[in-house]
Write a protein that binds this ligand. Structure first.
Ligand code: URA
Length: 243
């Protein structure tokens, strides 16, 4: 049975514990159709139904969303210096405890998954679990099959050697090329450093998928949605975790 205190559940929606207690005392909260009296009451999240001001309060154990990060936004949950991916969500979603599954650079666009499940996030990022992250990279110069072969061998960088990555040249031109690359690790600036080491500085980088979950093409830059039940189940299955 999944248990949680009533005031804690209400606080996930953005109110403080004290405000949650006041809402309960004011009779604005019901549990299973009955006005709640005790903010500290233990809920069974699997079966109890809670309302606040007549509206259902979600009792999900975890929340997971995908977001199409625009350039210029930080993949952080808090930052005094600029807009973060969390700022792109409605206010009630900002207090749930969502954290990003891996970080994108400020100028990188595309898929960011945010989850409240830290263990899931860890297994999607940890190189040991070898979950592929697929990127589209626009690079300077003509990318070649030889570059792809070197990526597949593992590019040595100054501080470490990258794990083998699958790179495909999608468009090759003398001035610039478009490549797809799938990496299973995510060190700082890694994709940019890998192409840089081959003499192809990255001019634009976009993440298209994480562990088989594709960025929804209907999401505009800055748009977000919850993961579907199918996407959620897929991620829990491949990380061998219980949903
Ligand atoms: N690799 C990079 O260099 N930057 C990113 O944002 C993601 C992967």
């Amino acid at each position: 049975m999944r248990k949680m205190r009533l005031d804690r559940l209400l606080a996930r929606g953005g109110v403080s514990r004290r405000e949650a207690a006041a809402l309960v005392k004011a009779g604005r909260v019901t549990v299973n159709g009955v006005s709640a009296a005790d903010p500290a009451m233990a809920l069974d999240l699997d079966s109890d139904r809670v309302t606040l001001n007549g509206e259902a309060v979600r009792t999900d154990k975890h929340f997971h969303v995908m977001l199409n990060k625009p350039a210029g936004v930080l993949t952080a949950t808090e930052d005094g210096r600029g807009q973060t991916v969390l700022d792109l969500l409605p206010r009630t979603w900002q207090s749930l405890g969502l954290g990003p599954v891996g970080r994108l650079d400020k100028d990188t666009t595309g898929l960011v998954i945010l989850t409240t499940d830290g263990q899931l996030a860890h297994r999607l990022i940890a190189p040991k679990w070898e979950q592929g992250k697929r990127y589209l990279a626009r690079v300077e110069g003509r990318a070649t099959d030889e570059d792809a072969r070197r990526m597949a061998q593992g590019i040595p960088l100054k501080d470490f050697t990258c794990k083998p990555a699958k790179m495909t040249v999608l468009e090759a031109g003398d001035a610039e090329s478009l490549c797809e690359i799938i990496v299973t690790e995510g060190k700082y600036h890694q994709v940019k450093r890998m192409f840089g080491a081959l003499g192809h500085p990255v001019t634009a980088l976009h993440r298209a998928s994480i562990a088989g979950v594709e960025l929804d093409p209907s999401l505009p830059p800055g748009g977000w949605r919850e993961l579907t039940a199918e996407e959620r189940t897929h991620l829990y299955t491949i990380t061998e975790l219980e949903e």
